[in-house]
Write a protein that binds this ligand. Structure first.
Ligand SMILES: Nc1ncnc2c1ncn2[C@@H]1O[C@H](COP(=O)(O)OP(=O)(O)OP(=O)(O)O)[C@@H](O)[C@H]1O
Ligand SMILES: [Mg+2]
Length: 302
């Protein structure tokens, strides 16, 4: 199963989408496969990865409402190894339409479970609210990455997010935890920035990579590409590469298990040499969904 990160902070404009898009692209550049799921009706992650909202046929809305499978909604992006499930304005309606459904909080998780091991990482770009879309993302996620701008009320906002995370833990996702806080639009010349950063460090793991305020990061979306494809040498693109490296240290890429050719053991040379003619011997593979089922069972047990 993929490692699923929700990029969340109910405060608007703190760099959730910039982080989702550029972290996803930077992970993909490290040759892991990444799926970005746009969970925000604003669709900024969608347009920021070159998917024009007008051309979207199936979106996160359709997935949540059961109108298509997650696999059917996936489209590729200009970044090798990065796919996206796009979002459009329709997603606003999902908040209302989901309310009456019994499994309203866990629909995204159920959809992601159908992907098996197709991706190494899934990144969920959350909207600036703690409504059902964010709840779906938090119920589906293994870990939360919190982009934070070092402003005066930043920590107060985190308190609300933590309360929501605790609620989701209790109700749907016992293993959910904050993986780390990433400081965005960082301006080291401002002394308040350092005060806030120190205070956040007292309570959370803060990534040592900070994302500087960098104009390339704000220009890239209008070209429909992550900063890495717009200006790879820019400080913004390089910072997100650094963040991806930190995350890969905590979640190293799983090497595919080599398919072991069954060597004949000295005790049974006859059997190995003569497979039954009608049923050619196949290497044993776990049933599809086996890993998924056991992960799910673990999650339930935990
Ligand atoms: N490090 C940065 N340097 C310069 N501009 C940035 C940086 N990070 C984000 N921005 C810009 O700040 C604005 C808000 O960023 P972004 O859209 O990523 O925030 P968000 O948290 O996803 O917003 P929303 O809450 O509306 O979804 C955008 O215009 C973006 O281009
Ligand atoms: Mg956003």
């Amino acid at each position: 199963m993929a490692v699923i990160f929700a990029v969340a902070n109910q405060k608007g404009g703190v760099g959730k989408t910039t982080t989702s898009v550029n972290l996803a692209a930077s992970l993909a550049a490290a040759e892991v496969s990444v799926l970005l799921v746009d969970c925000d009706p604003q669709g900024n992650a969608t347009s920021g990865t070159g998917v024009s909202r007008g051309t979207v046929e199936r979106s996160t809305y359709d997935v949540l409402l059961g109108q298509c499978t997650l696999a059917e909604a996936i489209v590729s992006t200009p970044v090798k190894g990065l796919d996206i499930v796009p979002a459009t304005q329709d997603l606003v309606a999902a908040e209302l339409e989901l309310v009456d459904l019994a499994d309203r909080a866990t629909r995204l998780r159920a959809a992601l479970e159908t992907l098996g091991d197709r991706y190494d990482f899934v990144i969920l770009d959350c909207p600036p609210s703690l409504g059902l879309l964010t709840v779906n993302a938090l119920s589906a996620a293994d870990r939360v990455i919190v982009p934070l701008q070092c402003e005066y009320f930043a920590l107060e906002g985190l308190t609300h997010l933590m309360a929501t995370i605790d609620r989701i833990k209790g109700a749907f996702n016992p293993d959910l935890a904050v993986e780390g806080v990433v400081l965005t639009m960082f301006d080291g010349r401002n002394s308040l920035t350092h005060q806030v950063a120190d205070e956040v460090r007292d309570h959370f793991r803060v990534y040592s990579t900070v994302i500087p305020r960098n104009v390339r990061l704000s220009e890239a979306p209008s070209h429909g590409v992550p900063a890495l494809l717009y200006d790879a040498q820019s400080r913004g693109a390089q910072a997100y590469l650094g963040l991806a490296r930190e995350i890969l240290e905590s979640f190293p890429k799983k090497e595919p298990e080599p398919e072991k050719a069954r060597e004949p053991s000295p005790e049974e040379p006859e059997q190995a040499a003569e497979p039954e003619p009608e049923k050619p011997a196949k290497p044993a593979r776990p049933a599809k969904g086996g890993a998924k089922a056991s992960a799910k069972a673990e999650r339930k047990a935990g």
